[in-house]
Ligand binder design. Structure first.
Ligand SMILES: [Zn+2]
Length: 323
């Protein structure tokens, strides 16, 4: 039976090819002609002129993109070694293609456990993360997670800013780009203009996995906790409630939550305290919350030690302070 069906299919295909080959040839020629047109357009004077005119804007976008990528690395700071897994060294600077490293870099924390632990972790995720992933409820850990929350919030805001800004730039030149190129070469257009690829995924959020596999290997249950912005906010509060603060100023400080970040931005009228640029002047501006005296130098998360900075000022401030 199968042989007959196969035979029929072959006969039909041969018949189709016999009648359709002029069409196939035509299609091939059209594609070839388009490729030639596309290449000559991107190499042409007109396109190069547009490109050089908006070069500064594209450069700015690419720098924001790099800044965002650097902020994502905060997730690597937290106790990778405590649980006995290998430590991830990320010595690569931005120059190295990140996409190849990504799966490695954002590898989840996995704990292989009994079914009971897996079930319990589902009921009290934060408690079990602390217990089984060696996350100590102390002031130092709290600060690390607060920094992570602050930086990741900037990443998420930054992605929106970047999206809007790229759209803006593309919109400003849209009238000058031929319709065919916009329609069929959108991706190539962005690449040829000099935009670096942007990673809009949220894969960089740390992920804790409790995994149970039965001894026969036939059943398995998995419970994942992704430390996204919402969970980080909750986790910071959870940790702070567990910590018995030393009788010091540290106990009096505020928690770096999304609410506090928003409050500081509003207090500073959405204006960078260093260069004075505001959301009003640059609607897609990424604003960040900065510790005036850095946490590493004993600065506290208190209202008077926090200020709003634009990403450019925050970035250049960060690079001046020795790690
Ligand atoms: Zn600034």
């Amino acid at each position: 039976m199968n042989i007959i069906v196969g035979f029929l299919v072959v006969v039909i295909l041969i018949a189709l090819a016999a009648y359709l080959w002029p069409l196939l040839l035509l299609a091939g020629l059209v594609v070839l002609a388009y490729k030639i047109y596309e290449t000559s357009y991107f190499n042409g004077k007109e396109f190069q002129a547009i490109k050089s005119r908006i070069q500064n804007h594209i450069q700015d976008c690419n720098e924001l993109n790099q800044h965002i990528e650097e902020l994502k690395d905060t997730g690597l700071v937290v106790n990778r070694t405590d649980y006995g897994t290998a430590e991830y060294h990320d010595q690569s600077k931005w120059k190295v293609k990140r996409s190849a490293l990504k799966s490695h870099q954002y590898a989840p924390y996995i704990y292989n456990c009994s079914r009971t632990v897996c079930d319990n972790a589902r009921k009290q995720p934060f408690k079990y993360i602390c217990k089984y992933f060696g996350v100590k409820a102390d002031e130092e850990t709290l600060e690390k997670f607060e920094t992570m929350l602050n930086n990741f919030s900037a990443v998420e805001d930054g992605k929106e800013a970047l999206k809007a800004e790229r759209k803006n730039i593309m919109g400003s030149i849209s009238g000058e780009i031929p319709a065919l190129i916009k329609r069929f070469s959108a991706k190539k257009l962005e690449a040829n203009l000099g935009f670096e690829p942007v990673d809009f995924s949220t894969l960089y959020f740390p992920k804790y996995i409790f995994k149970y596999v039965s001894s026969g290997g036939n059943t398995s249950t998995e419970y994942d906790i992704v430390m996204d912005i919402e969970n980080l906010n909750r986790f910071v509060v959870f940790l702070s409630e567990k910590i018995k603060f030393k009788k010091s100023a540290a106990g009096q400080r505020a928690l770096m939550t999304s609410k506090l970040r928003q409050y500081i931005k509003e207090r500073d009228h959405f204006t960078c305290k260093q260069c004075g640029i505001s959301l009003e002047q640059e609607p897609h501006l990424l604003l960040e919350i900065d510790h005036i005296v850095p946490v590493a130098k004993g600065g506290l998360t208190t209202e008077d030690n926090l200020q709003t900075l634009c990403w450019r000022c925050n970035r250049s401030k960060g690079s001046k302070i020795p790690a």
